[in-house]
Design a protein around this ligand. Structure first.
Ligand code: FAD
Length: 172
């Protein structure tokens, strides 16, 4: 969406859902989050790539702050223990797969993001959802979350993305 559309949506949200109230806008932010499952290096030739540049933006949500903190912690631990840091900080493969599945659904307009997230939050505990968005859930928790979503759409998209991961590693 363009900047003006975001402004209109925010204004409508403030006035209809939070209002009526009087308010001042004291600060504004605008940016575009790279939501992609491309690989990003974490380390190359003596340089650490941190944050978004180091692949710490979650592909399906754009969330980065918490991943940056975890990445910074891992880099500090490597430096303190005097180990030469040459390995990418690995995200577990199944979370990359979940992200690719959701990206597939969103980019092919198979379901709207607001429908998916509304269902998730209506049917599950918020702390488990946030744990999932932080890539920290167990497989049994992930199955419960998947059960609260339109299964056929997710299974079909998951199958396509799994094939890509296995055979041609094509990225969205
Ligand atoms: C509107 C918005 C809201 C967001 N909200 C959240 C949120 O609530 N939670 C969350 O987890 N994430 C959020 N994000 C995601 C956000 O991308 C990250 O949280 C965070 O800003 C990424 O930090 P970073 O340091 O990696 O990159 P950035 O904050 O983008 O910092 C990179 C800096 O490097 C500078 N730079 C770029 N190229 C060069 C160069 N060649 N030489 C020198 N400097 C350069 C840039 O100017 C910039 O200042 C949001 C993003 C946007 C756009």
């Amino acid at each position: 969406m363009g900047e003006k559309e975001y402004d209109n949506e925010l204004k409508a949200y403030i006035e209809k859902l939070l209002g009526p109230l009087s308010y001042d806008i004291t600060e504004e932010e605008f940016g575009i989050i790279p939501m992609t499952n491309q690989d990003f290096p974490t380390y190359r030739n003596g340089i650490y790539f941190i944050g978004t540049a180091g692949g710490q933006t979650k592909a399906s949500t754009g969330y980065t702050f918490r991943f940056i903190q975890k990445q910074a912690g891992e880099i500090v631990n490597e430096l303190i223990s005097d180990r030469f840091f040459s390995q990418n900080i690995k995200t577990k493969k199944r979370f990359i797969f979940y992200d690719s599945t959701l990206l597939h659904i969103l980019s092919n307009n198979l379901l709207e993001g607001k429908i998916i997230f509304s269902k998730l939050f209506k049917k599950n505990r918020a702390d488990i959802i946030f744990k999932f968005l932080d890539n920290e859930t167990s497989i049994s928790e992930e199955i419960k979350l998947l059960n609260s979503l339109p299964k056929m759409v997710f299974l079909k998209a998951g199958f396509i993305e799994l094939k890509k991961m296995i055979f041609n590693r094509k990225k969205s």
